[in-house]
Design a protein around this ligand. Structure first.
Ligand code: ADP
Ligand code: MG
Length: 400
């Protein structure tokens, strides 16, 4: 277990400074934030710290700049964050360490400073120890609340944790990080059964770790999305011009052998000739996919089959859309599954959703609030589910 910010004595925090890595990598259009979920997700940790009288120095990356790029400045984020918190947030646009330190020194106890995009400095992604050390000198404790980048070893994540510990300070998990771990790791370690896994998305190869990890733990594993196509082909079905991974056929075969009846594949599908909104589509059985057909969604019989499996589950873990959900009407299968998960959660089941596109799909369907936990970390949630180590987490101080 890693130490959490909730475990720090609030009286210790008074007049101390916390350096906090958050994931404020929000979508921007013309300097306007189009989705502030990630800012809202950080609020509990920031309120805990400032209510206790600590000064907060925030670090985040935004996009993938090469050097300073005004379009990827965090200045608009500081403004929106101040609105959400109802407190001033001082934006520090300088990159020079001495100027940054001076600006931070001017912030009063209980106040908040947001530093400029960490990736304006090459040393962040390069995990430069000197850069990490200069950030560590800004405070007394490091709080990592950036679950979304926990799978990366960067100067502002694991590097900073190590630098803070080297100076004698603690590096602890923020409340969001702790919540993500509670659901993705702990809740699924000993799940109430039946436990159903749902996997979809574009590739088998990118998610082998997740498939194997889940196969050993679930009572059944429902497979949809383009991932299912590779299984279809391995079974000798025709997949036409669908997205498929021909070099993963052996893998699909061995997963089916391992999974046996626990692994449930679609029984019908929706096909189209083109991937564009409103393209004409038909529902077909698996044996009826033509040469020009692309499988774009799970069919109605499959939806009913999957819905029934979800309805009878006490724990559900879902990653990967069931179809090309970005294009209407190929989002119907994904929405049907999202509804089934939300309904199961309404009845008290545990429902956890990981993966960037999957989270976007349930948000878009307006169902996220009804699901127990929708992870804020795309790649990080997949890595964690696959049982991989996360540097951003491993580098934190162990609970005494
Ligand atoms: P997540 O981000 O939730 O982990 P992935 O990135 O693995 O999910 O997969 C999401 C992508 O998979 C989406 O872009 C979606 O369009 C694509 N996809 C799902 N089903 C199909 C399909 N049948 N054919 C082509 N692409 C698909
Ligand atoms: Mg994705």
């Amino acid at each position: 277990m890693k130490k959490s910010v909730a475990g720090i004595d609030p009286s210790w925090l008074r007049d101390r400074t916390a350096v906090v890595r958050v994931d404020f990598n929000v979508p921007l259009e013309g300097g306007r934030i189009t989705d502030d979920h990630r800012l809202r997700a950080a609020v509990p940790t920031l309120e805990l710290l400032t209510d206790a009288g600590a000064k907060v120095v925030l670090l985040s990356h935004l996009g993938r700049p090469e050097g300073r790029d005004p379009e990827l400045s965090l200045a608009p984020v500081a403004e929106r964050l101040a609105e959400l918190l109802g407190r001033p947030v001082r934006f520090v646009g300088e990159l020079d360490p001495a100027k940054v330190a001076q600006a931070v020194a001017e912030v009063p106890a209980g106040g908040i400073a947001l530093l400029e995009n960490t990736r304006f400095l090459d040393g962040d992604a390069d995990n430069d120890a000197g850069l990490a050390a200069s950030w560590a000198t800004l405070g007394d404790v490091f709080v990592n609340d950036a679950f979304g980048v926990a799978h990366r070893a960067h100067a502002s994540t694991s590097g900073l944790a190590q630098a803070m510990i080297a100076r004698g300070g603690d590096a602890v998990a923020g409340l969001l990080m702790a919540k993500e771990l509670r659901f993705l790791e702990e809740a699924l370690r000993d799940p109430e059964r039946p436990f159903t896994g749902i996997l979809g998305g574009s590739k088998v190869s990118g998610k082998i770790g997740v498939i194997s990890a889940l196969l050993g733990r679930v009572d059944r594993l429902l497979i949809g999305g383009a991932m299912a196509n590779t299984f279809f082909l391995a079974l000798g079905h025709h997949v036409g011009s669908s997205l498929v991974e021909e070099d993963s056929l052996d893998l699909a075969t061995s997963l089916m052998e391992e999974g046996g009846e626990r692994l449930v594949l679609p029984v019908d599908c929706v096909v189209a000739h083109e991937l564009r909104p409103g393209a004409s589509a038909r529902t077909v059985a698996l044996c009826e996919v033509g040469d020009d057909d692309k499988i774009v969604d799970i069919g109605p019989e499959t939806r009913a089959l999957f819905r029934a499996a979800i309805a009878s589950s006490k724990s559900i873990l879902w990653n990967g859309p069931m179809g090309v959900f970005e294009i209407e009407p190929f989002d119907e299968g994904t929405i049907a599954i999202a509804e089934a998960v939300a309904e199961a959660c309404d009845r008290g089941a545990l429902g956890v959703i990981g993966g960037g596109d999957s989270a976007a799909a349930v948000e878009r369907a307006g169902l996220a609030d009804r699901v127990t936990h929708v992870s804020t970390g795309g790649g990080a949630s997949i890595k964690l589910l696959a049982g991989s180590r996360l540097p951003g987490l491993d580098s934190l101080t162990d609970e005494a």
